[in-house]
Design a protein around this ligand. Structure first.
Ligand code: ZN
Length: 247
């Protein structure tokens, strides 16, 4: 591979990174929405909507339990590790925020600290009843619920995976923090996401308007490069360490 010119990131800079399914796919995790992803095999309406959960919560839990099991067999890769190195390089002086659309917690396992999981985390569970005081108190849960729907200890309603389903909004508090970081960042780096659909498309625009250098790393060339100033095509496990001068 041709040696890439590294990004001149200084420890005092402000960096926002957005990661999507592509970075997890390089760890062997099947994607959801992409071509060849899980939603081509499974019915997303039945498994990833509040309505589907209401109709058959056990089927939903079986699906997410299988996902938990599959993800636990995978390991963070060189791109996850590169983001940990970048965060520790910038520690104390600069600002580093990792926004991820992935629910697999591989960034945490790699050792990243300042993470916003805008689509939730598959290893967390919470009450499904919005009237319950436990409704927005997700807790860590790595159990597999294959035979029985777990119930809330406070109100008895079915518990659900703490992931954002179709038709559900991103937590406005998280979105606010993302927007705040985007408006003052020097670099916006999107990895493993098409870059042309929401939220990446909106994020790059905000960061670009704020004068940030905007970089996209993705396996496939987007139909429309949108507002990114730079695009690197190929595996993030190769490109990211090279761009950060870690290879
Ligand atoms: Zn409850």
């Amino acid at each position: 591979m041709k040696r890439l010119k590294t990004l001149p990131i200084h420890p005092g800079d402000s960096v926002v990174v957005l990661t999507g399914a592509g970075i997890s796919a390089e760890s062997g995790i099947p994607t959801f929405r992409e071509k060849g992803g899980l939603w081509e095999k499974y019915d997303a309406y039945k498994l990833a909507t509040p309505e589907g959960f209401k109709t058959d919560p056990l089927r939903v839990w079986q699906f997410y339990s299988e996902r938990r099991e599959a993800i636990q067999k995978c390991e963070p890769n060189a791109a996850h590790q590169a983001l940990v190195s970048l965060e520790s390089y910038m520690a104390k002086k600069g600002e580093f925020l990792l926004v991820t659309q992935n629910v697999d917690a591989l960034h945490q396992r790699a050792g990243s600290k300042n993470i916003l999981e805008i689509h939730g985390n598959i290893f967390r569970t919470r009450c499904s009843n919005p009237d319950c005081e436990g409704w927005y108190q997700p807790f860590e849960d790595t159990d597999l619920h294959m035979d029985e729907v777990p119930k809330c200890k406070i109100c008895g309603a079915p518990l659900r995976p703490d992931v954002v389903w179709f038709g559900e909004p991103i937590d406005p508090m998280l979105e606010f923090r993302v927007q705040q970081a985007l408006r003052s960042c020097d670099y916006f780096i999107a990895i493993g996401t098409s870059g042309t659909v929401y939220p990446a498309a909106g994020y790059v625009q905000t960061a670009g308007d704020a004068g940030a250098r905007t970089v996209l790393i993705n396996a496939e060339a987007p139909h429309n490069i949108a507002f990114f100033k730079e695009f690197y095509q190929g595996p993030a496990t190769k490109i990211l360490p090279a761009l950060l001068g870690l290879d």
